[in-house]
Design a protein around this ligand. Sequence first.
Ligand SMILES: [Zn+2]
Ligand SMILES: [Zn+2]
Length: 373
Amino acid sequence: MSNKRDYYEVLNVSRTASKEEIKDAYRKLALQYPPDRNKAPDAEERFKDISEAYAVLSDDEKKAQYDQLGHAGFDQRYTTEDIFRGADFESIFRDSGFGFGLRDVFSIFFGDRGFSQREIRGRDLGYELEITLEEAANGAEKSIEILRTEKCDVCKGNGAAPNTSPKPCPRCNGEGRIQSTTRNGFGVFVRVAQCPTCGGRGKIIDKPCLKCKGSGITERERKITIKIPPGIDEGYQLRLAGEGEITSEQGSPGDLYVLIHIAPHQHFKRYEDDLLYNLEVGFAQAALGTEATVPTLEGNTTIRIQPGTQPGQIIRLRGKGMPRFRGYGRGDMQVRVDISVPKKLTTQQRTLLEQLAKEFDENIRPKGYRLKL
Ligand SMILES: [Zn+2]
Ligand SMILES: [Zn+2]
């Protein structure tokens, strides 16, 4: 069980309070408990509580989750960083005449490790992968190679040459930021700015690592295994969380998005979960009925062509299509019957067809007739 107080209680609003009411309640309380970490530790605690409650209740999705799950369930799903991601503090403090925003609220929560570095989530990467229809049907594991930036493996990301280590920045005492306190009619506010000496890193590197030139980040070729779920379709995008780039030494990696293309197949076209196959049979076969061999994903199978089968008629092979993506069962195979018409005839064939035409009372041109154009 969580021992946190109910967010609505913290802001002293009802469960049906509107967005504006929530914002107003927070604004009033924030001015009552200004975030002064040096002089009033209680106020800081209170400020943290109300800011967290506001971050959740001002966000439709988080509010809905909180309403549904309560504290215990909500806290399992969201880290403190998640809670604050995207929260709008700027407009509240701007309206009140302060230059105080999310970054500053973050610095109060996360202290010395700093918002600026933690905030930086690395770049997402994209990759286009072509697979065969069989791989799409059965699922597959594919290996790809991507070039991405990662933590430098020589210095383990700290940027210093082997057997040396970075020193804390003397100007900011390793905090990466410099604080100044301002006092005004509403209270005492702490302004935080990035340290210009160390550029916010909080450390000074005398002998930089040669591989990453002190940045702690290097580019690397990486082999990544991708699991293709059965039934995947053209244009689907798989997300591999955390397989993107790291772009700052304390930041988290971005994601890798793999866009799936399915190579054209020699036999089949795909329509949703069905496979389409064109079968050519002769006129006599279609009229008299026959058996025909057709390919499936599992190899050849024999199907019956009923006497009197018409051009364009579809024969459905149940369950011989693609597996349903993230579902159960499979689509069908649709065999479309085409009637092939011979382009050249032997004398014997011609004679037989002419007899047949006569039998059907079909009008045909006599031999040697030239169509006048
Ligand atoms: Zn390095
Ligand atoms: Zn510094």
